[in-house]
Design a binder for this molecule. Structure first.
Ligand code: ADP
Ligand code: 5GP
Length: 192
């Protein structure tokens, strides 16, 4: 049985800056714990298994789907699966901490529906699609095929913005980070 507690869902199209914002929130607010998702995508050079994701084979991912291990999962890109582990969320809530998620818009809506007012769902808005593409290019993590998939999906995902509790525009990073911290402090009841 999941303990009551708070959940902070950060979502956006790829390249909008959610990983950057989530890392800053984790470094700033000690009550937050990151929900490490499972995926079958290849690990990027800087990523660590168990810290950034649990990197699984496609077969193992499917087995875990069959076992009901995921609170939600999505085929975010063709043949690329990502899922939120029930065990991660239960463990973090049992520790009395607030769970923070970095997930796609559909998964974010599923979690918001599951947890209702226990959860705050925040959409990170890039200043424009052009800027988002520039950031993805600068990040140098995607090949041409992956870039194409991400840009196509981003165009669609940007239309989901109004379905979330609030939006933070990530134009000037310092401003976005400050706004994010203020928003989360408020959600956690830490502001007067
Ligand atoms: P996401 O997790 O949403 O895919 P990232 O956090 O990886 O996005 O950010 C994408 C790239 O853009 C990274 O290289 C990151 O350093 C950079 N970035 C993030 N926010 C900004 C910003 N406000 N201005 C310029 N570059 C940014
Ligand atoms: P990336 O490959 O850039 O790490 O992530 C691609 C997309 O998958 C991002 O939008 C990321 O937030 C999303 N994602 C990561 N973990 C999960 C998850 O557990 N569930 C869902 N639905 N999406 C996820």
């Amino acid at each position: 049985m999941t303990k009551p507690g708070k959940l902070l869902i950060i979502t956006a199209p790829s390249g909008a800056g959610k990983t950057t914002i989530v890392k800053h929130l984790l470094a700033t607010l000690p009550e937050l714990r990151f929900s490490v998702s499972a995926t079958n995508r290849a690990r990027r050079p800087m990523e660590i298994n168990g810290r950034d994701y649990y990197f699984l084979t496609t077969e193992r991912f499917r087995q875990m789907v069959d076992q009901g291990a995921f609170l939600e999962w999505e085929e975010v890109y063709t043949d690329q699966y990502y899922g939120t582990l029930r065990s991660e969320v239960d463990r973090i809530l049992a520790e009395g901490k607030t769970v923070i998620f970095d997930i796609d818009v559909k998964g974010a809506l599923t979690l918001k529906m599951t947890y209702g007012d226990q959860a705050l769902a925040v959409f990170i808005q890039p200043p424009s699609l052009e800027e988002l593409i520039k950031r993805l290019n600068n990040r140098k993590t995607e090949d041409a095929t992956s870039m194409k998939k991400r840009i196509e999906r981003a165009t669609h995902e940007l239309t989901y913005r109004n379905q979330f509790d609030c939006t933070i525009t990530n134009d000037d990073l310092a401003v976005a980070l400050e706004e994010s911290v203020a928003l989360v402090r408020h959600f956690l009841g830490k502001t007067p």
